[in-house]
Design a protein around this ligand. Structure first.
Ligand code: HEC
Ligand code: HEC
Ligand code: HEC
Ligand code: HEC
Ligand code: HEC
Length: 483
């Protein structure tokens, strides 16, 4: 009875439009919040960080705004009806029209939310996990990663598979950083380019190894790398490497040496991008530890540098955002037949244009094509008349190479994001493999050229190994395109 007496004035005062809107907001936010629980708490499924923004930021904001509106409305109602308020408030029963109206309101809102929200939240959740949402919602911000991603072997793997992955613990972490990302994008606080390494990337054991596992790969793999000379008529040359990938359950080859059973490589890096590695500790198959120190590094241990345990991402740090240097990117485009190799000095002309600075994407789109054409107009005016179409096609191919790798708005230029897989474009393997000796003597981290690959040919026009295998023809590339 006490409770009802106490509630009666509240119900009376709350029967104004402001308070009722508050009631609707509180109910809606509350119900949607509850509806979201199953999709955010389920384990074993990758979930995007942005649902978190909905659940942990937007819905609570609506909820509390609604909660604030209710007393605000009452206060306003009381003020407006000063002196006209009844002595005794009508009791809470179904004869009380105000009480009936409030109940009807609550009932209708709840029903509507259950019906509409129930189906909408599911859609919203799946949308927020999608590649489109991650890659395109923050269009400018994520453009470099999204573009590089589309050209990668992982272009069908969702962003969240690598960046979040299953499991409640990582899920909660990603919520917080996801929310922060949205705030920093809306307020324009984010750094350009987006810094790597990403501190909160999930460990490779839980992401990459869902689809790949070290035991799966073994033996050697043939790598053929196409390049072109800078001559007037560029010539296709090939480097053929037999990569000792190794793996299996053993200790052989590249994977075995770092990822074999029981093997652990820990290293300290003195820069944020993990390019300088003065200290390495190797635990081999017998459980014995060896420490290797770079030339000139005096301290015993890692000192106050960050220490990291090596995993897939320390070599494959660009599995899906592979930015290339201009030479390599151009070689690929040329091998694919995107440029007309009969244009004199086409490689030199292209590189020159690619390496210039462009302040905006728009400028690059305009200037690259123009400058490429200008080269031929100046040096080969006759050719421009007979080969206009092919010059235009080649100019656009050069622009495409640029647009895949350079993003002026994000300050992403050639070579901003080092790729650690090799050692020719960036230090890569040679960050450690520089013949540094172990402190206990007897071993080094080897740089011997046969350690990681057998070089079957280097920049040869007709490598014997390829002709023997029947792979010597230009149809191995796209060079004959359109012929
Ligand atoms: C196959 C796994 C994988 C997929 C799929 C993937 N990423 Fe990444 N991403 C990485 C790795 C690995 C890094 C580098 C991490 C490091 O070194 O800290 C990275 C780095 C980034 C960075 C930091 C900037 C940079 O380029 O280093 C952003 C931003 C990013 N990814 C966004 C995305 C978006 C958006 C998608 C989907 C369109 C996506 N990623 C898909 C693995 C992946
Ligand atoms: C959801 C599954 C999935 C995840 C997660 C995944 N990959 Fe892959 N990865 C693939 C598939 C599928 C291919 C083969 C694509 C092809 O052949 O074109 C592939 C190819 C590769 C290749 C070979 C590329 C080449 O040029 O042949 C490497 C290296 C690789 N992945 C590394 C990684 C690393 C490192 C990670 C973790 C950051 C990772 N992958 C996460 C599915 C995945
Ligand atoms: C020490 C550096 C290093 C580490 C650590 C490493 N890889 Fe590799 N991986 C390589 C190199 C080098 C290649 C060969 C690349 C090439 O052929 O161009 C390779 C090749 C691969 C391939 C392609 C194999 C094929 O036969 O096509 C896959 C997939 C792969 N790695 C996945 C992984 C995964 C998953 C992990 C983590 C469990 C991992 N790698 C750890 C260096 C490494
Ligand atoms: C963080 C440091 C580090 C990086 C980076 C690194 N390695 Fe290693 N690697 C080592 C250590 C330490 C050993 C063990 C040396 C020993 O056995 O004493 C090793 C051993 C190897 C071996 C076996 C050598 C032998 O004598 O049998 C191969 C092959 C290898 N690494 C390949 C690679 C490749 C390929 C890359 C680049 C994709 C790479 N490593 C990057 C630290 C590194
Ligand atoms: C620690 C392992 C390791 C050692 C030691 C090593 N390489 Fe490599 N090398 C690699 C890897 C990994 C790649 C990249 C393969 C790829 O592109 O996926 C590579 C690529 C190359 C390429 C092809 C570059 C291109 O155009 O893409 C050449 C040439 C090469 N190495 C030469 C050498 C020579 C010469 C030595 C001896 C000084 C040597 N390598 C020692 C791991 C090694």
């Amino acid at each position: 009875m006490k409770f009802k007496q106490w509630l009666a004035p509240l119900v009376y005062l709350a029967s104004n439009w402001i308070s009722l809107i508050g009631v609707v907001l509180v109910t809606t936010a509350g119900i949607l919040w509850i509806l979201l629980i199953p999709s955010t708490m389920r384990g074993g499924h990758a979930t995007g960080p942005y649902i978190g923004i909905l659940q942990f930021m937007m819905l609570p904001a609506v909820f509390f705004a609604g909660l604030a509106l209710i007393p605000l409305g009452m206060w306003w109602f009381k003020k407006r009806n000063k002196g006209r308020l009844p002595e005794r408030f009508p009791p809470l029963d179904f004869d009380n029209p105000r009480f009936r109206r409030l109940l009807a309101f609550l009932g209708a809102t709840t029903m509507a939310n259950l019906v509409i929200g129930g189906s909408l939240t599911y859609k919203a959740v799946s949308y927020m996990e999608s590649v489109n949402f991650c890659g395109q919602t923050c269009h400018v911000v994520m453009k470099p990663e999204f573009t590089a991603y589309q050209n990668s072997p992982h272009s069908r793997v969702e962003c969240v598979s690598c960046h979040i992955g299953p499991g409640a613990n990582w899920f909660v972490k990603s919520k917080i950083s996801g929310s922060w990302q949205v705030i920093s994008v809306s307020l324009n606080l984010y750094p350009r380019p987006i810094p790597t390494p990403i501190e909160n990337l999930r460990p490779a054991r839980e992401t990459c190894e869902v689809c790949h596992w070290p035991q799966k790969y073994g033996g050697d793999r043939l790598r053929i790398i196409n390049s072109f000379t800078d001559d007037e008529r560029p010539k296709l040359t090939r480097t053929v490497l037999l990569m000792h990938i190794g793996g299996g359950n053993g200790y052989e080859g590249i994977h075995g040496a770092h990822m074999g059973p029981g093997v652990e490589v820990r290293y300290a890096h003195s820069d944020k991008q993990r390019q300088k590695i003065p200290w390495v500790e190797y635990t081999g198959k017998e459980g014995k530890k060896f420490v290797f120190k770079a030339d000139g590094y005096k301290e015993e241990g890692p000192g106050n540098m960050d220490v990291r345990t090596m995993d897939c991402m320390d070599c494959h740090n660009r599995p899906s955002h592979t930015y290339e240097l201009p030479e390599r990117a151009l070689n690929k485009a040329m091998a694919a037949g995107d440029l007309d190799l009969e244009l004199p000095f086409v490689r030199k002309a292209s590189l020159e244009v690619l390496k210039q600075k462009y302040a905006t994407t728009q400028e690059s789109e305009r200037e690259i094509v123009r400058r490429f054409k200008a080269y031929y107009e100046k040096n080969y005016p006759e050719l421009v008349k007979t080969k206009a179409a092919s010059i235009d096609r080649s100019a656009r191919a050069v622009l495409a190479v640029f647009s895949r790798n350079v993003f002026p708005e994000m300050n992403v230029n050639w070579g901003n994001y080092p790729n650690n897989i090799g050692h020719t474009d960036f230090d890569g393997c040679f960050r450690c493999h520089d013949e540094r000796p172990s402190t206990s003597g007897g071993r080094t981290i080897p740089q011997d050229c046969e350690t990681c690959h057998k070089m079957l040919a280097q920049d040869e026009e007709a490598p014997k190994v390829l002709t023997d295998l029947g792979l010597g023809h230009s149809w191995q590339t796209g060079l004959d395109k359109g012929k």
